[in-house]
Design a protein around this ligand. Structure first.
Ligand code: FPP
Length: 223
C-alpha cells in the first residue's frame, strides 16, 4: 500500500458549475470555497500530512477585474472565518506563491492565520495563491544565488515554498493539464483526473481516488 503524505488538488470547474445552474461564475467560487473544509476533514481522518490547494494562479490576474476582486474578497473572508476551525482542528495554515502583490489587508489576514495555527500539526494546508510553478522555481533559484548557495537539485528543492514531493495530484473539472501547478514537486506524483466540477466534489469522490492510488505500483523510475 502506498503512503499518502502529500495530496495536491487543482480545484477546477467553479465557473462551469455556476453557469450550468444559471448563476454567476462567482457563485461557483463561493460554493467551491466550502468544499475546502470537507477536504481538510478527509485528510485529517486519513492521516494525510500535507494538502496543497490551487486557489489562484499567477495567470488568474488575466480574468475580469470583477472576478479577481471577488476572489480576493472571498479569500479574505475565508481567512477570517476559518480561524477558530483551523485552531480547533489542528490545521497549520500556510501559503505557497508570491503574496507581495496582495492588499495590505489580505497580507495581514494571511499573517494572522499563519501565526494562530503555526504550532498545529494534524494537517498542513498549503493554499496556493498568486502561485505559479515556474515562478516558485525562479524565486527559489534567485534566493540561492543571493545567498551564494550552490545550485543543486536538492538546494533548489529546499528553497521552494513547499519542498515535499507530491504523492497524489487530483484535478477536478475534466481538463487534463497541470496549469503551472507545483511542477517540481509533481515529478513523480500519481495523477487523477475527474470530470466532477469542484463545487460538486466531496470526500466520497476523493476516497475512491485515494483507494485507487494506494494500490498503484509506484516505481520512481526503477523496476
Ligand atoms: C477554477 O475554476 C477555480 C479557480 C480559479 C479559483 C479557485 C477558487 C476556489 C475553489 C474558491 C476559493 C477558495 C478559497 C480557499 C477562498 P474556474 O473558475 O476556472 O472554473 P471553469 O473552468 O469552470 O471556468
Amino acid at each position: 500500500m502506498n503512503e499518502l503524505k502529500h495530496l495536491a488538488i487543482i480545484m477546477d470547474g467553479n465557473g462551469r458549475w455556476a453557469k450550468k445552474r444559471g448563476f454567476l461564475r462567482t457563485n461557483g467560487h463561493e460554493v467551491g470555497a466550502l468544499v475546502v473544509e470537507d477536504m481538510c476533514e478527509y485528510c485529517i481522518n486519513n492521516n494525510i500530512e500535507i494538502l496543497s490547494l490551487y486557489a489562484f494562479s499567477t495567470e488568474n490576474w488575466k480574468r475580469p477585474k470583477s472576478e479577481v476582486d471577488f476572489l480576493m474578497n472571498l479569500l479574505n473572508k475565508f481567512l477570517i472565518s476559518r480561524q477558530e476551525k483551523f485552531i480547533n482542528n489542528g490545521i497549520k495554515f500556510q501559503t505557497i506563491g508570491d503574496i507581495t502583490p496582495f492588499s495590505d489587508e489580505l497580507k495581514k489576514q494571511i499573517k494572522i492565520l499563519k501565526n494562530l495555527t503555526q504550532n498545529n500539526s494534524r494537517l498542513k494546508l498549503n493554499l496556493a495563491i498568486n502561485y505559479g510553478g515556474r515562478d516558485e522555481i525562479t524565486r527559489a533559484v534567485k534566493k540561492l544565488m543571493q545567498n551564494n548557495t550552490e545550485i543543486s537539485e536538492n538546494s533548489i528543492k529546499q528553497a521552494l515554498d513547499e519542498p515535499c514531493d507530491i504523492d497524489l495530484l487530483v484535478r477536478t473539472g475534466g481538463e487534463f493539464r497541470l496549469s503551472n501547478f507545483m511542477l517540481f514537486q509533481a515529478s513523480y506524483a500519481e495523477f487523477a483526473f475527474t470530470d466532477t466540477l469542484w463545487p460538486d466534489f466531496n470526500s466520497g469522490h476523493l476516497d475512491i481516488i485515494v483507494k485507487d492510488f494506494k494500490n498503484k505500483n509506484r516505481r520512481f523510475g526503477g523496476l
